[in-house]
Design a protein around this ligand. Structure first.
Ligand SMILES: [Zn+2]
Length: 229
């Protein structure tokens, strides 16, 4: 029994490590795209993407520590849900444009999504020497064609679902034309919460598998009738 419990524990902590690793991999990629966006975006629409760190207590438990953002709002999810402009204002349009930009910039291989945080308007709340007006965002997700960004990466179906709900706005394109996927389809019932898929089900994210998903990621439709999962 003792051995079994040790095995379970070590398995658990290695899973934990994987989880933290994918979180950092996502944050680092998102930070990279935010830095590029910040070069050309309208003044005050810059994005500061926070990155947490792992701390381990004396008993060996690891925690992910993320900077706390007050007055936090959820603007988009990873399943195609986009907040209503009537509720959150123009900020959601700028962040949708950022997701669209990441698609274009990555050559159509991914989108940075699941954007949450706040728009800090220091022209109203000026304090000290810092008058920077910008977005402060935390804990994004990435949907990618190769599904390499952990359990919140909803793959091509996540990308197509975002574009099925996104209407290009004044923050998109920067005077040029940004690429968009040819196929845009709502594969998920859009919900504000972040959607995660068990690793045994990730093959269902291939667009050749016509299955669509409910909010809790049960499959609801298998239009090619293969049902091989
Ligand atoms: Zn757009």
């Amino acid at each position: 029994m003792q051995v079994l419990s040790v095995e379970i524990q070590s398995k658990f902590s290695s899973l934990e490590k994987d989880f933290f690793a994918s979180d950092f991999q996502i944050a680092d990629k998102a930070i990279e795209y935010a830095a590029q966006w910040n070069v050309f975006c309208q003044a005050g629409k810059e994005i500061l993407m926070t990155r947490g760190y792992v701390t381990t207590t004396r008993d060996g438990t690891s925690y992910l520590v993320e900077p706390m953002i007050r007055y936090f709002e959820k603007f988009t999810s990873n399943n195609g849900w986009i907040a209503d402009e009537k509720d959150v204002g123009w900020a959601v349009l700028a962040l949708e444009a950022f997701s669209h930009y990441t698609y274009h910039r990555s050559g159509g291989s991914l989108i940075v999504c699941d954007l949450q945080g706040r728009h800090l308007d220091n022209t109203r709340y000026r304090r000290g020497g810092n008058s920077k007006t910008r977005f402060e965002l935390t804990d994004p997700a990435i949907c990618s064609r190769h599904r390499g960004y952990g359990p919140t990466d909803l793959g091509e179906k996540g990308i197509e679902s975002f574009f099925a709900n996104h209407v290009c706005n004044r923050f998109c394109h920067n005077g040029g034309t940004w690429a968009s996927p040819r196929t845009q389809r709502r594969w998920f019932e859009a919900s504000q919460g972040t959607s995660m898929l068990r690793s045994t089900m990730t093959h269902l994210l291939d667009v050749n598998n016509r299955v669509t998903f409910t909010i809790d990621l049960d499959t609801i439709d298998d239009s090619d009738g293969s049902g091989d999962y």
